[in-house]
Design a protein around this ligand. Structure first.
Ligand SMILES: N[C@@H](CCC(=O)N[C@@H](CS)C(=O)NCC(=O)O)C(=O)O
Length: 256
């Protein structure tokens, strides 16, 4: 989506960088890692999805999809994590998080959009397999309210309809989502067999787009042991200060 015109005009007077985000959101993790890699300071606005804070008129006025993250940069509103990290890399210390060659840059976008395009499959896998998320089913009243508000993202509405239905996702739906996730990790594993990074010779937005999927899928006990070449890559990213500050520092404390 990139830059949008918000209906919530208050954010247009914001100075510097503001991020609306949630601790345990893979999409928000991407942006926090990119902000840390760029050495940028930013103001945090936590949005509690469990409490439905993404559905307030105020928030939907800056993100009509009712999802996190949203970045506000000197009053300019940018949505969608892939577009946000691309924006940050182009605007601040340009090019440091992307490969030099055009061909490699094309590959970088391939990996970024693969993560974006398969987001709902990963989400289906998560919602079906993680205990605390399973309890996030909307009541019929909440679903009714969501239907009224969610007029922008029909795929996400359908996702919540299915998840919150009496029986939840069918076995076929879950199998289909699992296959999509497996295919993505198969591709990543193949690439990492002979390379240190997803694209070119260095860490890039492609790696930033994918590492959060490992973080959240670990909570769903996804069988990462099937992809042995991910380990070195994962450890290298986890050793970066940006991972500690952008991911670990924001994870909810278990039991709280
Ligand atoms: N393509 C969007 C997807 C954003 C998204 O789905 N965010 C999730 C958290 S990772 C969310 O806010 N979900 C709220 C909901 O499902 O109602 C992006 O990458 O920013």
């Amino acid at each position: 989506m990139g830059i949008i015109k918000p209906t919530n005009k208050t954010v247009e007077s914001f100075k510097a960088l503001h991020l609306y985000h949630t601790g345990f959101s893979n999409c928000a993790m991407r942006v926090r890692i990119a902000l840390e890699e760029k050495g940028l300071t930013w103001e945090s606005h936590l949005v509690d999805i469990l409490k439905g804070e993404n559905l307030t008129t105020e928030y939907m006025g800056i993100n009509p999809n009712a999802v996190v993250p949203t970045l506000v940069d000197d009053g300019v509103v940018i949505i969608d994590s892939a577009d946000i990290i691309d924006y940050l890399d182009k605007k601040y210390s340009p090019g440091t998080l992307r490969p030099v060659s055009e061909a490699d840059e094309k590959q970088m976008y391939y990996w970024m959009y693969l993560a974006r395009d398969n987001h709902l499959s990963i989400k289906t896998y998560m919602y079906a397999n993680v205990g605390f998320i399973k309890s996030m089913k909307k009541t019929p009243e909440e679903m009714e309210e969501y239907r009224e508000k969610q007029t922008f993202d029909s795929a996400l509405l359908e996702f919540h309809e299915r998840f919150s239905s009496l029986d939840g996702f069918s076995k076929e739906e879950l199998d289909k989502a699992t296959k999509v996730v497996d295919d993505c990790f198969y591709q990543i594993d193949e690439r990492l067999k002979n390379h240190d990074w997803l694209v070119g010779d260095s860490f890039s937005l492609a790696d930033i787009a994918w590492i959060p999927q490992l973080v959240i899928l670990k909570a769903a006990n996804y069988p990462f042991e099937n992809y042995p070449h991910l380990v070195k890559w994962k450890n290298a990213i986890m050793a970066r200060p940006s991972f500690k500050q952008g991911v670990l520092a924001w994870l909810p404390k278990m039991g709280s």
